[in-house]
Design a protein around this ligand. Structure first.
Ligand code: ZN
Length: 492
């Protein structure tokens, strides 16, 4: 993963230099049992349309919302993991605007008192994290539009960064790191294609490199929405920077607006002129009590800190230090917790043996991941249990099997499961390392081919291959080649 946190300048055709400023707003649907303000099931992807709805999430007269503590706790977890400050006082506000998929004509969100302030991720400062509710989802077929309220009221976390992201690589890196963190904390599926995580980028450009002493540093920003892959985050920001440069170069002004991303044309396009926050007429929701978080035992900061799992940064450090793994392998394990569990468990059997760790990591991240690609599920990964992997690595280290043999065992495990040692025996993959026996065979070959021995002794090293071939024939390919080579060199 590239970590490019440097400022980048862009030169226009006229030779002027511009510096971009990027801020991100990232929404993530939280994994909770029920919705944010009612007890409907939070399961928008596996339900029939309008299956999980009630009078609260469809805004029937007189229905009163109540706060889902599980969702609050999940946001506090994220905040704590990012070293943000947990609010002492918090409240929910109404954000007023009309949208067909929002039956109340307002969204319950947080304005003045977000749950989390500050924090840092991927070398970028975070402004705030607050909690709100998702809208319903609408679809359009022919002349009809359909609204599904299963998603209405699903808890949604919004994280806002400071406008201090320096370039598009950095923006996409930030989003990837956030996804990894949300998954590690098990607070969100954070799947971009499903819309569980949604990224918006605020982009502006300036003729000044630094904001210090430059009141006009921040140009007019545009907000680019619907960036549903990390690649698109990067392309859309790059496009937007170039577009804004062209606007300024023509002597025009950049409009403050919301823009979408057209993947086919690889272009951003204008959606609507951007509202200011005053336009939403935020005010505290009179139906929801205000909170003194420190007075609610479930939100105890101490308990939340103590129950955080090992964070990605901590895991990276531990894997580099304890196992000396390659950076790509460490990232693979971070992104693939099922493989990581096998690695963690099997590695316990090889204390401080760097060779063993590297072999184990290699087989998991390359051979096994490759074999598993044939399947859509991870079901068969259990065939490569920590016990089996420990046996395979031990047999290699003891010279009992070759790396070719190990690969055969992996394929057999994938296809039929079983025990790695038993497979090695059944398939005759155990190499003979009995030196006495191998010496005897070498002597036999030496008597059988005296001419070749003469030439070999005279310096024709190529004949070693010939001798090895003969020995392999005699042993049915089961001789340990390293030991065999040594014996040939010793005796001849
Ligand atoms: Zn409901």
């Amino acid at each position: 993963m590239e970590e490019n946190f440097l400022k980048k300048s862009y030169q226009s055709k006229s030779g002027k230099k511009y510096w971009p400023t990027i801020g991100l707003e990232i929404h993530a649907e939280l994994k909770t049992n029920s919705k944010m303000f009612c007890s409907c099931k939070n399961d928008p992807f596996n339900s029939k349309p309008n299956e999980n709805i009630c009078e609260i999430c469809t805004a029937q007269p007189g229905a009163l919302p109540y706060v889902n503590y599980e969702a609050v706790k999940k946001v506090l977890k994220v905040g704590k993991a990012l070293s943000g400050k947990i609010a002492d006082f918090s409240e929910f506000d109404r954000k007023n605007y009309f949208y067909p998929d929002m039956p109340k004509a307002y969204q319950i969100s947080q304005y003045k008192y977000p749950l989390i302030s500050g924090g840092n991720l991927a070398n970028s400062p975070i402004t705030r994290i607050h909690l709100e509710e998702d809208t319903a989802s609408s679809s359009h077929k022919g002349e009809y539009s359909y609204v599904d309220f299963n998603r209405a009221g699903v808890p949604l976390m919004e994280l806002v960064t400071e406008p201090e992201i320096k370039n598009s690589d950095h923006a996409s890196f930030f989003a990837k790191e956030l996804q990894l963190l949300l998954r590690t904390l098990d607070v969100s599926g954070a799947n971009l294609e499903k819309g569980e995580m949604r990224i918006e980028a605020n982009v502006s450009i300036s003729e000044h490199e630094n904001k210090e002493n430059n009141p006009e540093f921040f140009g007019t920003k545009t907000e680019v929405k619907n960036l549903n892959s990390f690649k698109i985050v990067q392309s859309a920001i790059e496009y937007e920077i170039q577009r804004q440069i062209e606007v300024l170069e023509k002597g025009e002004k950049v409009d403050q607006e919301t823009r979408g991303w057209d993947e086919n044309k690889a272009k951003t396009f204008s959606q609507r002129k951007k509202e200011n926050s005053e336009d939403y007429r935020y005010f505290p929701d009179p139906d929801i009590p205000k909170y003194k978080l420190s007075e609610i035992s479930e939100f105890s900061e101490k308990e939340i800190s103590e129950n955080l799992p090992e964070l990605p940064l901590e895991k990276r450090e531990r894997y580099f230090n304890s196992f000396s793994l390659k950076a790509e392998d460490v990232e693979f394990f971070l992104q693939n917790p099922e493989y990581d569990k096998i690695f963690e468990k099997a590695s316990l059997n090889f204390s401080e043996n760097k060779k063993a760790f590297s072999l184990l990591s290699n087989y998991l991240t390359s051979d096994i991941a490759g074999i598993m690609k044939k399947e859509n599920s991870l079901e068969k990964l259990k065939n490569f249990s920590a016990e089996n992997m420990t046996k395979i690595i031990s047999m290699i280290l003891e010279g009992k099997i070759s790396s070719r043999g190990a690969k055969d065992i992996l394929i057999e495990l994938f296809e039929r499961s079983g025990d790695a040692e038993k497979i090695a025996g059944d398939k005759n993959l155990i190499q003979s390392s009995d030196e006495g026996e191998l010496e005897k065979i070498v002597q036999e070959i030496a008597t059988q081919f005296p001419d070749q021995v003469q030439k070999f002794k005279a310096g024709d090293e190529n004949l070693l291959k010939f001798f090895m071939g003969q020995a392999m024939k005699k042993t049915g390919g089961s001789a340990n080649p390293q030991i065999l080579t040594e014996i040939f060199k010793k005796i001849l």
